[in-house]
Ligand binder design. Sequence first.
Ligand code: ARG
Length: 467
Amino acid sequence: MADAKSETQSSNQMWGGRFASGPDAIMEEINASIGFDKKLYAQDIRGSMAHATMLAHQGIISTEDRDKIVGGLQAILKEIEDGTFAFSRKLEDIHMNVEARLAALVGPAAGRLHTARSRNDQVALDFRLWVKEELQKTERMLSALIAAFLDRAEEHADTVMPGFTHLQTAQPVTFGHHCMAYVEMFGRDRQRVRHAIEHLDESPIGAAALAGTGFPIDRHMTANALGFREPTRNSIDTVSDRDFALEFLSIAAIAATHLSRLAEEIVIWSTPQFGFIRLSDAFSTGSSIMPQKKNPDAAELVRAKTGRINGSLVALLTVMKGLPLAYSKDMQEDKEQVFDSAESLELALAAMTGMVRDMTVRADRMKAAAGSGYSTATDLADWLVREAGLPFRDAHHVTGRAVALAEQKGCDLAELPLEDLQAINPAITDKVYGVLTVEASVASRTSFGGTAPANVRQQIAWWRGRN
Ligand code: ARG
């Protein structure tokens, strides 16, 4: 900022025709987006090449000018990728940085590139292309995470663990079934990503400032060249729409929320008190003072990244909520939220995939915990309904008394002698012990979507066909 003043005396070469002097240093600082939108350089250049090619095809510019423009843009792409391109804040953004350099490289032909377009449709195009690629990457990363879970689920289709509600032991489930719950969650995230790609797959270029253009452009041609399904239909909406960014952020927020719940479980499971899993050395850290510690830092950071991503969604919703149609400069604030969230989500997905693949599952600890807390009480109640014809509410009451007695005696339900059970309800026979083990409990849960190992294997096969 300090040396900006001297640079800003002359007016902007792209739009300064009616300006006698350059912007105040603070104006330049608040206005410039090149610091972050340089990330869009490849999309900007690709968009300009498609636009110039279409302009020449339609006879709006000459083929000589097209060749100069396309050649110059190729040279600029190389300069940026080689790190030799000098970005200038005076030129505000990526669009004008590229165009000014093009003028330096190819002369007056460069001035014809901006025919029949505006930075409003240009930025909408660049950003859409970027978000589309990011969504495609997110889709691949979600598939990798799903694959990691499918492998762990297969390995542990029979591993019994306590299922929880209120984080209190509820009923035994299998670890495979628990893994498949995450497959469902990340599978929905992936569906949302696919839908978002479909929603944004329309080309904005050619909407121009907001009203379209009088030049005989072919928007289907540019849409096609840039890999879009079709052009957008309303020029006003096109330059004022940021739904694709909001959809990306909301998808990212929901996926991050799923990742955060998983992170929380990993934190809990890896405590010595639970001991359900051991994290690999690769995804944990030690303490500088307590030699015995192994901390789940990666999981904790995944949990924290969710806060950033959720914040970005709210930030952009808030930016957009008061804007009249069509473009307003407020919309320049869309990019940092999306870039930051994309980076956070990628890191969180990669770290979580690594943790899931690497963690050691302690089946012995899970099994021991699965049987505690009277987790098969519902199985006793169900047995009374099935075998003794009791209404479920009565069976619930009888079972409650059995649990109270076991608690009083300090033993498990399966350890109560038959006389004790019969004193509570004479219809109980020794066949009841067959349903009180955790293995019998999970094996009996064969309803569609239930935790029985056979069902879990079916779910895994179903998902393997879709991953
Ligand atoms: N840097 C701007 C943005 O990101 C580009 C569009 C500028 N349009 C304009 N009319 N000033 O939104």
